[in-house]
Design a protein around this ligand. Structure first.
Ligand SMILES: Cc1cc2nc3c(=O)[nH]c(=O)nc-3n(C[C@H](O)[C@H](O)[C@H](O)COP(=O)(O)O)c2cc1C
Length: 326
């Protein structure tokens, strides 16, 4: 029996599993596969590359399943016209992360889309609720990519309590299998949002070498910090830092960020060259703590089905054991 929650009802999906809008990695192919498998694919609008967004949303217009489009809020504020491009594709939802969603909320609602807001603490959750968010994503520090310092197990119940049933809360950060989904449901979440797990899928638009490194990585081999943002001349507003795999470049500069800043011109040039040539000893593979749970690169539909089936079994087992104990 599929897990039904307020989130599955609101978004019209079979499984409470959302694909994170990973900048560039979550293109139309991955979104299409996740949505067709009964999850909710969210296109990675990221920093907002107009030509890419037009090309990918054009491919989604034929998709006969619910999907969303995500933006980095502070970056969208610099190119607000991209919201018109996104809404023209008739997404079921727009997801905003990292910044005040209020300036965009009226247009999103008027465009007929739900507003999903990813938050990292209670103050941001309140801001999102004030902007009439329809779904809150509570993102813990385990998450791949940008985020903040609170852990998923601490943040999710806190945001669930704050939302008090007004909107569904989705858990993000460190979740990669059915145990994670079942655990988050037990914490009161209505579903999960997964990035790193879907990065290591066939349809993700990432380099094969990056996917292989995610599979090979063991638990504890990622780091959250500002090294890769400094190195690519893309410094984020506080409190956001980025999590990626620890590689030679991260090892070289960890604890020496000030020195990196003093040499940033040279470091940035070397970093850009490494990125262009696919040298992941220097260029970052953006990934979260869930890497320790990821050992293969299957089709994304298989990931959705596996996670849903495992969580359904675990939750049913719990219901049965409670019933037999009673
Ligand atoms: C490669 C990668 C790129 C990401 N890019 C974005 C992004 O552009 N916008 C965004 O809102 N979140 C982005 N995230 C964060 C996700 O929204 C999500 O919070 C995170 O992936 C959840 O944790 P997990 O990676 O452990 O599943 C990214 C994550 C990864 C792994």
């Amino acid at each position: 029996m599929p897990i039904t929650t307020p989130l599955t009802a609101l978004l019209g999906i079979k499984h409470p599993i959302l694909l994170a809008p990973m900048d560039i990695i979550a293109g139309s192919s991955l979104v299409t596969t996740v949505s067709r498998a009964g999850g909710f694919g969210i296109l990675g609008g990221g920093y907002g590359e107009r030509a890419w967004l037009e090309q990918e949303t054009a491919k989604l217009k034929a998709l006969r399943a619910p999907f969303g489009i995500g933006f980095i809020t502070w970056s969208l504020a610099k190119r607000p016209e991209l919201l018109d491009v996104a809404l023209a594709a008739k997404p079921g939802a727009i997801m905003l992360s990292f910044g005040d969603p209020a300036p965009f909320a009226p247009q999103i609602k008027a465009g007929g889309a739900r507003l999903i807001c990813q938050v990292q603490d209670e103050a941001m959750a309140r801001q999102a609720l004030d902007a009439c968010a329809d779904v809150l994503i509570a993102q813990g520090t385990e998450a791949g990519g940008h985020g903040a310092s609170r852990t998923t197990i601490d943040l999710v119940p806190g945001i669930v309590d704050l939302a008090a049933g007004r909107v569904p809360v989705v858990a993000a950060g460190g979740i990669a299998d059915g145990r994670g989904l079942a655990a988050m449901v037990m914490l009161g979440a209505s579903g999960v949002l997964l990035g790193t797990r879907f990065y290591a899928s066939r349809e993700a638009d990432g380099a094969e070498e990056a996917k292989r490194r995610i599979c090979d990585a063991t638990s504890g081999s990622t780091v959250r910090g500002i090294i890769f943002d400094l190195s690519r001349n893309n410094v984020w507003p506080a409190p956001f830092t980025g999590r990626c795999l620890i590689n030679d470049h991260a090892r070289r500069w960890m604890g020496r960020e000030v020195e990196l800043m003093q040499n940033v011109a040279k470091v940035a040039a070397d970093y850009a060259a490494a990125k262009a040539s696919g040298n992941f000893d220097v260029a970052a593979v953006i990934a979260g703590e869930a890497v320790g749970l990821i050992h293969d690169i299957p089709p994304a539909a298989e990931i959705v089905e596996r996670i849903a089936a495992e969580a359904e079994q675990l939750l049913a087992g719990r219901r049965n054991s409670v019933a037999s104990a009673a």
